[in-house]
Design a protein around this ligand. Structure first.
Ligand code: SAH
Ligand code: SF4
Length: 438
């Protein structure tokens, strides 16, 4: 989400006549886009601000700004304690950055952290300077109304609002014209996307028809209201990826209730079973929190067994980090000792790595369609990309280029990567036609 937001900010600044600096030392303005989701995300930002202090010392003209969720949450502290920060801009105030920058010209500080009920930056065409030129994020909604008890997002990003469908489709058309091959639609709960009569399924339907050679993913849907018609659409459309990220957070009813996640373990398992039965070859990923308030050993085991039962291909696993203003902060106690949280998280991660290794071993001999994203981290001789099912695959470079779709056969694996041999360069349409005939 922050990558997508930074690209919106790029666009606003470039429109205002600014250009991207080659490095921090030569910049007149440095903006740090921030995240408040967990304590360590904020720690990273404080560290970055400290690094910037030395650049500011040698360049007194430099303006430093803090953007995004942290700006909203701790604006006073940022300005008063970290004298190096000149402007503070919340996630709904990016259009105001040029005015705020003008205001600090005479050494004053400028702040706008107002949240909005309407702002979706719908008319702003993001300027993409950070991506790989192949995959891109498109934000379809902002804010969140779900109020999960552990989560700060509703407080930092405000009320949920959907971006008009027409502006989303226009942005995707533009990405298609620029040669992008993969789009991930973003929102805190994409299922609740609504633009008049247009639901999330309708949006996916219309988006996927723009260019059959662009593959689509989305993040994140909520288990409480995942639409059946979307599952059928994914099963039918070759360019809707057979991959769903479906955050569970926990595996016991008592914990889900404390987290204010409105589904039971049984309902979640029924949903993932249905997903697997409608979409052949589906891969699933999830988000998990270890050590939330009052977590018992039994509840922890509930999370472990849920994860084993679903058999996720990928999981994002976190130790609970208490956030001010949330319901959990106000009502519950962050009472699971740090070492217990760590131990439980590490059990969760170890189990997940084993599951992933097993699942990846089952892939040996299978064919996949991989979109090449660039050179492999480990070797110049190899390229890396992702399968439709969102697994990283590496294989010999030959004459493949970034943005090529390559049919590969998996020959080996680790828990995180498929090692493959390339068969041929192809297209989505061609690859799946052959698969259907076979
Ligand atoms: N809207 C998405 C989640 C966005 S936040 C959803 O509901 O699925 C991404 C993930 O961060 C969450 O799924 C959760 O697992 C994790 N997270 C959120 N708040 C957290 C906290 N206080 N401590 C630890 N992890 C947290
Ligand atoms: Fe946070 Fe829950 Fe909203 Fe996700 S759905 S952003 S976890 S409040």
């Amino acid at each position: 989400m922050n990558f997508a937001d930074s690209e919106i900010v790029n666009s606003i600044l470039i429109e205002d006549g600014m250009t991207v600096a080659a490095n921090p030392e030569s910049a007149d303005v440095i903006l740090v886009n921030t995240c408040s989701i967990r304590e360590n995300a904020e720690t990273k930002v404080w560290n970055r601000l400290k690094e910037l202090r030395s650049i500011k010392k040698s360049n007194s003209e430099l303006t430093v700004g803090v953007l995004g969720c942290m700006a909203e949450r701790i604006k006073d502290r940022i300005i008063e304690e970290e004298h190096l920060v000149d402007i503070v801009v919340g996630p709904d105030a990016y259009r105001d950055i040029p005015r705020l920058l003008a205001e600090v010209d005479d050494g004053r500080k400028a702040v706008n952290v107002l949240l909005s009920l309407e702002e979706t930056y719908a008319d702003i065409a993001p300027v993409r300077t950070t991506g790989n030129g192949v995959s891109s994020f498109v934000s379809i909604m902002r804010g969140c109304d779900n109020m999960c008890s552990f989560c700060v997002v509703p407080f930092t990003r405000g009320r949920e609002r959907s971006r008009p469908m027409e502006s989303i489709l226009k942005e995707i058309q533009q990405l298609s014209d620029e040669g992008y091959k993969e789009v991930t639609l973003l929102g805190q709960n994409v299922n609740s996307y609504k633009d008049g009569e247009n639901t999330f399924t309708r949006l996916m339907d219309a988006a996927s028809l723009i260019n059959p050679e662009i593959r689509f993913r989305f993040s994140s849907p909520h288990p409480k209201d995942f639409p059946d018609d979307l599952l059928h659409l994914i099963a039918e459309r070759p360019n809707l990826c057979n991959y769903i990220h479906i955050p569970a957070q926990a595996g016991s009813d008592s914990m889900l209730e404390r987290m204010r996640r409105p589904y039971t373990r049984e309902q979640y398992l029924t949903l993932t079973e249905k997903m697997k039965s409608i979409i052949p070859g589906l891969s699933l990923s999830t988000d998990i929190i270890a050590g939330f308030c009052g977590e018992t050993e039994e509840e922890h085991q509930g999370t472990m067994t849920l994860m084993a039962e679903v058999g996720y291909d990928l999981a994002y696993m976190f130790a609970y980090s208490e956030r001010e203003r949330t319901l959990a902060y106000r009502k519950f106690e962050d009472d699971v000792p740090e070492e217990v949280k760590k131990r439980r998280l590490s059990e969760i991660i170890t189990q997940q790595m084993n599951i992933q290794k097993e699942r990846n071993l089952e892939e040996i001999g299978q064919r996949h369609l991989v979109l090449v994203e660039g050179t492999s981290k480990k070797s110049e001789e190899q390229v890396s990309g992702r399968t439709d099912t969102n697994k990283i695959a590496v294989f010999d470079r030959r004459d493949f280029e970034k943005g090529d779709y390559v049919e590969v056969e998996v020959t080996d694996c680790t828990s995180a990567t498929l090692i493959a041999k390339p068969i041929r360069k192809t297209t989505i349409t061609e690859f799946y036609e052959v698969a259907v005939e076979a």
